[in-house]
Structure formats: structure tokens, C-alpha cells
Design a protein around this ligand. Structure first.
Ligand code: ZN
Ligand code: ZN
Length: 153
């Protein structure tokens, strides 16, 4: 589901109420694409003379998240981002040291989904996940730093 029309059609089918602010936020997510924050959506709407306060934008995003139309992901230093769910989903590797964000292919999650289903009878919603750690460059820097601290004999 990518276009505003498709989303609105789906919402009508499921009996959800579509208000002007809701429509505006859906429009913003579709037009902007990718990762968005409550602030970036507010700025986008502001530029079009549509005034929707940030707390309302937040509530609308939570509503879309509950309907499994939008993912909410904490990217650490980059803050919490919202994105329309796409197929196939993608995920991220987030470096705790430099903040660098890499894309992670959804194929990496396939074995985890199977494991959770088979072992726990749990149907996970892994739509847009952030895994925190150290990127390769930062690991190399850390090794260099450790060596620098070594006391020569
Ligand atoms: Zn993403
Ligand atoms: Zn890094």
C-alpha cells in the first residue's frame, strides 16, 4: 500500500473515520516517503498552510501504527522515525558511536520469524527494526585506540 488513494480506500473499508488532519498526515507520509519525524511532518504541512499541532500528528501516527500501516522505529541519535510500511520491509544497523545508519535486508529476519513462530507460537511484527551496535569503522578505531594504550616493554 503506497498511494494515498489506496490507504484511504483501506481505511474506509475497515470503517475508520477519516478527518482532515488524518488525511493531511497520510498525504505527508506518501509525498515525503522514507523516514519522517513528527517535526518533519509538521514542517511539511506548515509549508502548505495546513496547521496540525505536533501532538495531533503524534496521535495520528500512533493510530496508523496500530493499523499496521506505519512503522515506528527508535534510531537512537537520529530520534524516532515513522515510515509507511512497504513490501518488502527493510531494517537498519545503527552505530552507537558515530550514528551511521546502514540498511539491513529483510532476508536477515526470515530465520528469526520462523524461530519465533515455531518455538514460541509467536507471530512477530518485524516491520522496520533498528539493531544497535558498532559499525566496522568504529570497531577498527577502537582496536587502534586499545593498541595506542599498550605499554611497550
Ligand atoms: Zn528505514
Ligand atoms: Zn560507527
Amino acid at each position: 500500500m503506497h498511494t494515498k488513494q489506496e490507504i484511504v480506500k483501506y481505511l474506509k473499508q475497515t470503517g475508520e473515520r477519516i478527518t482532515m488532519p488524518r488525511l493531511a498526515v497520510i498525504q505527508a507520509l506518501c509525498e515525503l516517503g522514507g523516514h519522517q519525524t513528527t517535526q518533519s511532518i509538521e514542517h511539511y504541512l506548515d509549508a502548505q498552510d495546513i496547521a496540525v499541532p505536533e501532538p495531533t500528528i503524534y496521535r495520528i501516527l500512533q493510530w496508523l501504527k496500530d493499523l499496521a500501516l506505519v512503522s515506528q522505529t527508535d534510531l537512537g541519535q537520529s530520534g524516532t522515525v515513522y515510515e509507511l510500511l512497504s513490501t518488502p520491509p527493510h531494517h537498519h544497523l545503527v552505530c552507537l558511536a558515530c550514528g551511521h545508519i546502514q540498511n539491513l535486508d529483510d532476508a536477515a529476519m526470515a530465520p528469526l520469524r520462523v524461530h519465533l513462530r515455531d518455538t514460541y507460537g509467536f507471530e512477530p511484527r518485524i516491520d522496520h527494526m533498528a539493531i544497535f551496535g558498532l559499525c566496522q569503522a568504529c570497531q577498527e578505531h577502537a582496536v587502534e585506540r586499545d593498541h595506542a594504550h599498550e605499554i611497550p616493554d
